[in-house]
Design a protein around this ligand. Structure first.
Ligand code: HEC
Length: 127
């Protein structure tokens, strides 16, 4: 997707985003995750390397969440998932942490981020 198209798609998703996160579900005390759907799969797979806050403060569509997972698999040693498990995780994330109007902007896909000068794998040159 060209950058321009991507920006259009992001603007459209910001303008038309109506999916509101489920407000009525309980919050897990330890992780802060909404206790709904397949939240335990997310707890089992997503907090080994970093704080759950990195997830709960993030937002995105299913495609954006999947892109973050692919980036972590490629760059951060995140393991591969069974397709069915991955789909459940992505569904949970997109339903509970969707792009929303009160966010400053939608998440930027990792491939559009500038290289991180402090990450060893970005030197000499990112792919
Ligand atoms: C094998 C280790 C590992 C696991 C497991 C892992 N991550 Fe990550 N993740 C990372 C690393 C490393 C970073 C970068 C941390 C930083 O920037 O401080 C990161 C960053 C993130 C970010 C921030 C991305 C951004 O753009 O700022 C999100 C959101 C995230 N992970 C979500 C998840 C989710 C959802 C899962 C479960 C599917 C998961 N992580 C499992 C290693 C992991």
């Amino acid at each position: 997707m060209s950058r321009r198209r991507y920006l259009l798609a992001v603007s459209a998703s910001v303008l038309f985003a109506s999916a509101a996160p489920a407000q009525d579900s309980e919050i897990d005390e330890f992780t802060g995750f909404r206790k709904t759907g397949d939240w335990e799969l997310v707890r089992a797979n997503c907090i080994a390397c970093h704080s759950a806050k990195l997830i709960t403060q993030q937002s995105g569509t299913a495609a954006q969440w999947l892109a973050m997972i692919r980036w972590m698999q490629k760059k951060q040693n995140l393991w591969q998932f069974e397709p069915a498990v991955e789909e459940k995780i992505v569904t949970y994330l997109a339903e509970n942490y969707p792009p929303s109007e009160d966010r400053r902007r939608a998440a930027i896909p990792p491939d559009l981020m500038p290289p991180n000068p402090y990450a060893p794998e970005t030197t000499p040159a990112p792919e």
